[in-house]
Design a protein around this ligand. Structure first.
Ligand code: SAH
Length: 268
């Protein structure tokens, strides 16, 4: 199993500051009944205030469209109705925040389309009646999916290889004061063994294969959802891959075609 290189995985103070990653017992697929509670929203200081984006009706309309497209996972839809996506995108793009489109978040990266986020979270949760246990996210980006995961899982470890985005996600997430999120600055390619085993692993960047370390760090009964490249190297075609670790072995299922930024090694 791949061990993390301590020089490349740096824990940074978060919100709340939890510098030491506890080696707590893991409850991979612990049943529960509903999404986690969120603190009451703080008053908006964002420019979007007053243009209607802080109204839950805007998010509800996005959620209704996702439901019409066949997204059926109620906790995921509820979480998407609660997390304000416009707080995670640049001011100039807030008016597009509730459209089903990916948007630039800086440093050449993008926040995924709500439809894709909803689909991937639904796949991750499939078969779980309640919140997942511990989940590893590769590619924090702006932190939007991390916020959704915090409502759907007991504990979230989210890794980002670009310091600028790691810092941006920390700023974006601060107002939510999520006690169950650990933001990690580091290369997620070797996973994060200190938090393993994970009930779920979800990647927002696609490589040529699913790294073996991620499969090693998945709990038995756990599921991984990640984009991977198919066909000729560099051809840019990707599919969504679902990997289930069962007592009988590892099962891989290829899903639909997708477009994600590349999974890269190292930090920058
Ligand atoms: N879910 C994110 C999507 C961000 S795009 C959001 O809501 O914003 C994917 C992210 O994966 C990028 O920020 C990119 O820097 C990051 N990434 C790519 N390779 C990585 C790696 N090896 N380890 C950690 N993060 C990686």
């Amino acid at each position: 199993m791949t061990q993390p290189d301590p020089s490349r995985v740096k824990l940074r103070p978060g919100f709340p500051a939890r510098l030491a990653v506890p080696k707590a017992p893991v409850a991979p697929l612990r049943p529960a009944t509903s999404a986690r509670p969120l603190p009451a929203p703080k008053p908006m200081t964002h420019l979007a205030h007053g243009v209607g984006l802080d109204s839950s009706a805007v998010r509800q309309s996005m959620v209704n469209k996702l439901a019409q497209q066949g997204m059926t996972d109620a906790p995921v839809l509820q979480a998407m109705g609660r997390i304000e996506r416009h707080r995670f995108v640049d001011t100039a793009l807030v008016n597009q925040a509730y459209e089903d489109t990916s948007l630039p978040i800086g440093l050449g990266q993008t926040i995924s389309k709500p439809g894709v986020v909803c689909r991937m979270l639904g796949l991750l949760r499939q078969g779980s009646p309640g919140p997942l246990g511990r989940v590893l996210e590769i590619g924090t980006g702006c932190g939007y999916q991390t916020a959704l995961l915090s409502l759907l899982c007991h504990e979230v470890y989210s890794m980002e290889r670009l310091r600028g985005l790691h810092d941006k996600a920390r700023d974006n997430l601060r107002h939510l004061r999520l006690a169950n999120v650990h933001l990690l600055f580091g290369d997620g390619m070797p996973g994060y063994a200190r938090g393993a085993p994970y009930a779920g692993i979800i990647a927002a960047a696609g490589g040529e294969a699913v790294p073996q370390a991620w499969i090693d760090q998945l709990a038995v009964g756990g599921r991984l959802v990640a984009p991977v490249s198919v066909g000729a190297t560099g051809a840019g075609k990707q599919v969504l891959m679902v990997v289930d670790k069962t007592p009988q072995g590892v099962q891989q299922t290829v899903m639909e075609g997708v477009f994600f930024v590349p999974l890269k090694s190292g930090i920058a």
